[in-house]
Design a protein around this ligand. Sequence first.
Ligand code: SF4
Ligand code: SF4
Length: 159
Amino acid sequence: MDFLLKFKAGAKALHKKAKNQFKKPNKAVLKKLNKEGPTLHDQVFENINCLDCAGCCKGIPPIVTHQDSKRIAKHLSISQNEFLDKYTKEDEDLDRVMGKSPCYFLNKDNTCQIYDVRPKACRAYPHTNAQKFSEHLNIHIKNIQHCPAVFQIFERLLK
Ligand code: SF4
Ligand code: SF4
């Protein structure tokens, strides 16, 4: 996939550039980011098929909330505790996350075995369509190296 090759070749340099550019953003810059970020999110995702990538499912364990675990356990016909013990762990920030990367539920063709009941965090990633784009600026900048879509959003923001 062209977009993956471009991402792999350019992510490190763009991450560095974005870190420098947005080190101390003033109010005008933050306003511009909030205005343009979500629009660029929509534009970029029009041309990216996540099934060609699955980078997040392969490398970033999503947070699993109480509601997520309840819903997924029901879907798997196991108890919530069994699900938590078997499929999740506590990470370094003491958040409950999926226990393995690539994710237990990722199929070989990049589809998700529990798509309809997947964690909320999986649905929301990479969070770049949030209205307050600038509130999570540091996370977005970090994600330039993890998500080809975020990479493309910042390519356009830094043009
Ligand atoms: S890393 Fe980004 S582009 Fe890749 S599957 Fe996840 S959200 Fe889609
Ligand atoms: S639950 Fe599904 S969408 Fe979420 S990380 Fe695992 S495979 Fe990906």
